[in-house]
Ligand binder design. Structure first.
Ligand code: C2O
Ligand code: CU
Ligand code: CU
Length: 422
């Protein structure tokens, strides 16, 4: 069975200074450090205790995005900590191996705090993931990559309002793991990249500059059943994917790079060393994710209509009200949520739809089976204008959970609701 350890962490939100540009200090925020955060590691079965500390000058919360935890540990806008306050939360890890993340969630202030650097990763491992023989040497052939875009002012300080666009902040400068112009040196082997779109509003279509394929092995919340060969993958804000690129036949001459096909920009050039690395094949079967006939035939229980742009965004015609419960659902019940993105006069835009406290199954996109690489656990899903996406949602724990658009400016502008699980 999976290990049942007691794991204790302290996570402190704090102010810092980071040398993003040579010779200049940029004011940033971070968890347990100046900028971004550590990787928190859990095993399925762990009993986790986290002491959260707010060392900022403003209120914040600690939200564990994708974790199936009780509502009171989830760090939504109701769990706000004032400057100097601490709170200990506890939960048990009951879900499977995956790459999740954590970030603040204070009402109306989420976007700017994430923009200024509050974001970290969570890795869950389980018996299955450890037996699969996947690349798992941290920093060597198993690489965390947080993609963000920022705008800096003349003093090279982060400028949130300057990045503000009609539909959220879109920065002019790409940072990966907080680093400007990064480069990744790899050995001649298969390398696993854990991609997080940690941007507030920008979409990324990850692609290799050569057009060569790679394999996707995991979605937001778990391993795919089989590696899925792709030439590109689009991630909207907060979506994750684990991909594996095969460098075993390449060398220093090969100028491979990860690009964002949305604008053709180079994100991450690779430098292949002359070192031979591990030589292993990806497993054919990685998981046993399935959607039952019963789940497929469930009636629609909840309808969510996403609408609007800029500050006109709404869900079911309403803006977030912390005192209003929009839906209720029984703990342990599986319900179908139908999410529709209603176009406006301008045509509308894609909204990444996220539900707290649950990993869900995508049943259909406009009535069709979802693509193979969405046949796995998801907690955030892109919904295109005029598209209808059905998902099967089950909450393992009780409490009040947010559901919202993960364009963080849309979220702060009220594109959020609450489901009470009893
Ligand atoms: Cu990344 Cu409300 O969550
Ligand atoms: Cu979340
Ligand atoms: Cu949105």
């Amino acid at each position: 069975s999976d290990k049942e350890d007691e794991v204790a962490y302290t996570v402190r939100a704090q102010k810092g200074e980071t040398e993003i540009f040579d010779g200049t200090k940029t004011k940033t925020l971070g968890y347990n450090g100046d900028f971004l955060g550590p990787v928190l590691r859990f095993n399925k079965g762990d009993k986790v205790k986290i002491k959260t500390i707010n060392d900022l000058d403003e209120e914040t919360t600690f939200h564990w995005h994708g974790l199936e935890v009780p509502g009171e540990a989830d760090g939504g806008p109701h769990e706000s900590l004032k400057p100097g306050e601490e709170k200990v939360i506890e939960f048990e890890v009951t879900q499977e191996a995956s790459t999740l993340w954590f970030h603040p969630h204070p009402d109306g202030e989420t976007a700017e705090q994430v923009y200024n650097g509050l974001a970290g990763l969570i890795y869950i491992e389980d018996n299955n993931s450890e037996d699969l023989g996947l690349p798992d040497k941290y920093g060597e052939n198993d690489i965390p990559l947080i993609f963000q875009d920022k705008t800096f002012d003349d003093e090279k300080q982060l400028n949130y309002s300057a990045a503000m666009n009609e539909d959220g902040t879109v920065g002019d400068t790409s940072l990966i793991n907080g680093t400007l112009n990064p480069k990744l040196t790899v050995n001649q082997e298969k390398v696993r990249l854990r991609l997080l779109n940690g941007s507030n509003a920008r979409n990324y279509t990850f692609k290799l500059n050569t057009g060569d394929s790679f394999e996707q092995i995991a979605t937001d919340g778990g391993m795919l059943n089989e590696p899925e060969k792709l030439n590109e993958i689009t991630l909207t804000p907060s979506e994750r994917a684990e991909i594996v690129i095969d460098f075993s036949q390449l060398d220093a001459e090969d100028e491979l790079a990860l690009i964002n096909d949305e604008d053709g920009s180079t994100l991450l050039p690779f430098e292949v060393s002359d070192q031979k690395g591990e030589d292993s094949d990806l497993p054919d079967k990685m998981n046993d994710f399935s959607i039952t006939d019963e789940e497929k035939n469930l009636p629609v229980a909840k309808k969510v209509e996403l609408y609007g742009m800029m500050d006109k965004v709404t869900i079911n015609g309403k803006k977030f009200d912390p005192d209003r419960i929009d839906f209720t659902q029984e703990q342990g019940d599986t319900e179908v949520w139908e999410i529709y993105n209603k176009p406006d006069e301008m045509g509308g835009m894609v909204h990444p739809f996220h539900i707290h406290g649950a990993q869900y199954k995508v049943l259909s996109r406009d009535g069709e089976e979802p693509p193979k690489n969405e046949q796995g656990w998801k907690d955030t899903i892109s919904v295109e204008p005029d598209e209808t996406v059905k998902v099967a949602v089950q909450f393992k724990e009780k409490g009040v959970y947010m559901f919202h658009c993960h364009n963080l400016e849309h979220e702060d502008n009220g594109m959020m609701g609450q489901v009470k699980v009893e």
